[in-house]
Design a protein around this ligand. Structure first.
Ligand code: SF4
Length: 459
């Protein structure tokens, strides 16, 4: 019983978070920045922050994650980090030669009040940014929001600081990726290609954090959205933002700066959300849905119908990032399951509004987001109303073990399994994979608990 101190009685809490269901803003900014080709993320703060962010991303993606730091010591912590950042920019361009440095702040530099826009401008004015190279920035104070906020802030920074409007609209569609895996980004591009839709996806961490082993280390792997592509987003005919919390802010920024109209969709996780994405893409591109995509959808519907009896009525607790667990909740309902407890550590009213819509057909569900929507609360809810399945990131394994609940790893971070960066969760193939994972753990539990006379070969 690793969590033996979790009490059943739920008491009101205001200032206290116990085992948060989120992590800090700069991790999101660093992940987003890796989705630009030739970009080196830069952490403006102490070395400790940067090490933590790099190690969390490295542990999740099982790939070396490169990033630099302003390396604050006592002097910068008291007098501000401008000198450190200016020196860093000069050193990074001369030693590591990136196309872009994407600077994000940390708790320390935000508390001091360092102004990244002003320091970046000074770097340019002082000639520290070589011709054809860029420094972008995002403010990511970790005492508010979560890694999702940091991701959204950096993606918004890409739109604000790169997009250019020439006045001539093109046939291109921007797809703003909410926080998803490299495998998911690859799947979105594949679906668009099958439909013959001309898109630019940003950010794009495929072929960066899932790069193949070639025997040769590439400091800047071949993947990532290019600067030219980012600049062209200002001329695109529209944007589709995949996630109201992690992607929509960038689409709004593009609309404001370059008059690119946008539509916000749920991340295409599960059958219904993927249907909406496919139809929106087809409409935006003016292309019909190809037979290959329709057939893929048909296979998902087939397995849902075949396995319905194993899903029906099963109670589920889930936690994680809002843009992922909103469509996942909808998918669980489509499967006939009962999502009863849902928490997300990321604050924001959009979660509550969208969850209320999704849970109209499940008025029994408990859901909460924000700082006090933590793993402790989720565990307390489970103790009061036990569930048949737990879905969430690696941190859920403690609850799953203590309560003996089948557990599907989903979301960020996953530190103790592989596969998430290689197999998508989005699209119809993602829906199929989720079905397989959920069914697998439910049937394993059924086998484990079955009496000898009920132990079946065929299920
Ligand atoms: S919470 Fe703040 S101090 Fe801690 S690692 Fe994140 S940015 Fe650094």
């Amino acid at each position: 019983m690793l969590l033996r101190h979790t009490s059943k009685e739920v008491m009101a809490r205001e200032g206290l978070t116990i085992n948060p269901a989120k992590t800090c803003q700069p991790i999101g900014a660093m992940y987003a920045a890796l989705g630009i080709h030739g970009c080196l993320p830069h952490s403006h703060g102490s070395q400790g922050c940067c090490s933590y962010h790099r190690s969390t991303l490295t542990r999740h993606y099982k790939e070396p994650v490169m990033a630099s730091t302003s390396s604050f010591t006592e002097g910068a912590s008291v007098f501000g980090g401008q000198a450190n950042l200016l020196a860093s920019i000069e050193t990074i361009f001369s030693v590591y030669d990136p196309d872009v440095i994407a600077v994000h702040s940390t708790c320390l530099s935000e508390t001091i009040g360092d102004d990244l826009q002003q320091i970046t401008k000074k770097a340019k004015d002082d000639g520290k940014i070589p011709e054809g190279k860029y420094v972008i920035y995002a403010s990511t104070p970790s005492f508010v929001g979560s890694h999702i906020t940091g991701y959204a802030n950096m993606v918004t920074g890409m739109a604000e600081q790169f997009a250019v409007s020439t006045g001539e609209k093109t046939d291109q569609i921007n797809i703003v990726a909410g926080w998803m895996e490299p495998s998911d980004m690859r799947e979105i591009k594949s679906l668009a290609s099958l439909m013959d839709a001309k898109i630019v996806l940003f950010p794009d961490t495929s072929d960066v954090l899932d790069a193949p082993q070639t025997g040769k280390h590439e400091f800047y792997p071949k993947g990532g959205v290019t600067i030219d592509e980012l600049r062209s987003t200002g001329d695109s005919k529209c944007s589709l933002a995949l996630g109201c919390m992690s992607a929509e802010p960038a689409a709004i920024a593009l609309d404001k700066k370059c008059k690119v109209p946008f539509e916000t969709l749920d991340m295409p996780i599960g059958l219904s959300a993927t249907d909406r994405f496919i139809m929106a893409l087809s409409k935006a591109a003016g292309k019909p849905v190809p037979a290959s995509i329709t057939a893929e959808r048909g296979r998902v519907v087939d397995v849902m119908a075949d396995m319905e009896q194993y899903f029906y009525g099963k109670k589920v607790a889930l936690f994680g990032d809002p843009d992922q667990i909103m469509p996942l909740t909808e998918f669980l309902l489509d499967l006939g399951m009962k999502p009863v407890h849902i928490v997300s550590g990321t604050p924001g009213n959009r979660f509550e509004k969208r969850m209320k819509e999704i849970l109209e057909r499940a008025p029994y569900a408990n859901f909460k987001n924000g700082a006090q929507a933590d793993m402790f609360l989720l565990h307390q809810w489970i103790k009061n109303e036990p569930v048949d399945l737990l879905i969430g990131n690696t941190y859920g394994k403690y609850i799953a073990r203590d309560e003996d609940i089948p557990f599907v790893r989903f979301g960020f971070p996953i530190l103790d399994r592989v596969g998430h960066s290689y197999f998508p969760s989005v699209g119809y193939s993602g829906a199929m994979r989720l079905i397989e994972k959920i069914l697998g753990v439910l049937m394993d539990q059924q086998d484990r608990m079955a009496l000898e006379e009920k132990f079946e070969l065929v299920m």
